[in-house]
Ligand binder design. Structure first.
Ligand SMILES: NC(=O)c1ccc[n+]([C@@H]2O[C@H](COP(=O)([O-])OP(=O)(O)OC[C@H]3O[C@@H](n4cnc5c(N)ncnc54)[C@H](OP(=O)(O)O)[C@@H]3O)[C@@H](O)[C@H]2O)c1
Length: 265
């Protein structure tokens, strides 16, 4: 893909962080945008900040915890813009609690939003892309989609599950000219830790030190757009923390020792 000009791009989690930065970058490159998340007022705030005509942006509130509505939402996008060129599955929630202190209800909630919600939306968009015989599906996983970490048992599990689903989908849809990009960010400076759930369903409500020192959401968005243009299959984005992915692959025992020594936050 050479350019995003007039491409229809549906972004979930567009009301803050990486999704908001993606919306800004894509608007600057002439894309038509569908912005989804739960908070309509925040989506409207993002829309107002975009350097594009109002008619190029469609605000479509969506709760990823409710997969019953995704077919209807996809129909609305096609009715508005005629097609869906790129789906960026970015919306999600994190977790900050030990596995022993996390209720099964919270494990299910994290899986429902991050995994089943994303899968449901993708399955609703897929028939249009298969009919077009073109389309790009992006999923924002995480480095913890590659390895587990303290306080993230459910979150890490949901990202591992996404990786399995989207790797399989990539193989199955190659013949239909569909592209699947799996993005694994490390530490990105957003409100992800503030919005994370705790073991009993409360809000963590705290900016983690490492998240605060992370890469900017704008730089993360820039690298994602570059990855789409270059038809990359996978992107690792972040600072030194992304090296842990290679360390686990090539030196698993050393990785195991070193990862335990990291700060649990
Ligand atoms: N920041 C990092 O260090 C980091 C690292 C690795 C991966 N990621 C991933 O990057 C993605 C974006 O996160 P972020 O860092 O930008 O954090 P963020 O600022 O908290 O943004 C999360 C976005 O997801 C949306 N969302 C949450 N629950 C939702 C639901 N039930 N239905 C629909 N939308 C929902 C939120 O919007 P509403 O509240 O309006 O619904 C918000 O727009 C996530 O998938 C996250 O796991 C982030």
């Amino acid at each position: 893909m050479n350019s995003f000009q007039n491409k229809v791009v549906w972004i979930t989690g567009a009301s803050s962080g990486i999704g908001e930065a993606l919306a800004k970058a894509l608007a600057g490159e002439g894309a038509k945008l569908v912005l989804s998340s739960r908070r309509k007022d925040e989506l409207e705030r993002v829309q107002k900040s975009l350097k594009t005509a109002e008619s190029n942006v469609f605000i479509l509130p969506l709760d990823l915890a409710d997969s019953s509505q995704t077919d209807e939402l996809a129909q609305k996008v096609v009715a508005k813009f005629g097609q869906i060129d790129i789906l960026i599955n970015n919306g999600g929630i994190s977790q900050r609690s030990l596995a022993k202190d996390t209720s099964l209800a919270i494990d299910r909630k994290v899986m429902e939003v991050n995994f089943f919600g994303t899968v449901a939306l993708t399955k609703s968009v897929l028939p249009y892309m298969l009919k077009q015989q073109s389309g790009h599906i992006v999923v924002i996983s995480s480095v913890v989609g590659k390895f587990g970490f303290y306080l993230r048992s459910a979150y890490s599990a949901s990202k591992h599950a996404l990786e399995g689903f989207f790797e399989s989908l990539r193989i199955e849809t190659h013949k239909d000219n569909l592209k699947v990009l799996i993005v694994c960010p490390g530490k990105i400076h957003t409100n992800i830790s503030v919005n994370a759930v705790t073991g009993d369903g409360g809000a963590h409500n705290k900016m983690d030190e490492s998240t605060e020192k992370g890469l900017s959401a704008e730089e993360c968005a820039r690298q994602i757009l570059n990855g789409i243009k270059k038809n990359k299959e996978e992107l690792l984005i972040g600072g030194a923390e992304v090296r842990a992915v290679y360390m686990k692959r090539f030196f698993p025992r050393l990785f195991s020792k070193l990862i335990r020594k990291q700060k649990a936050e």
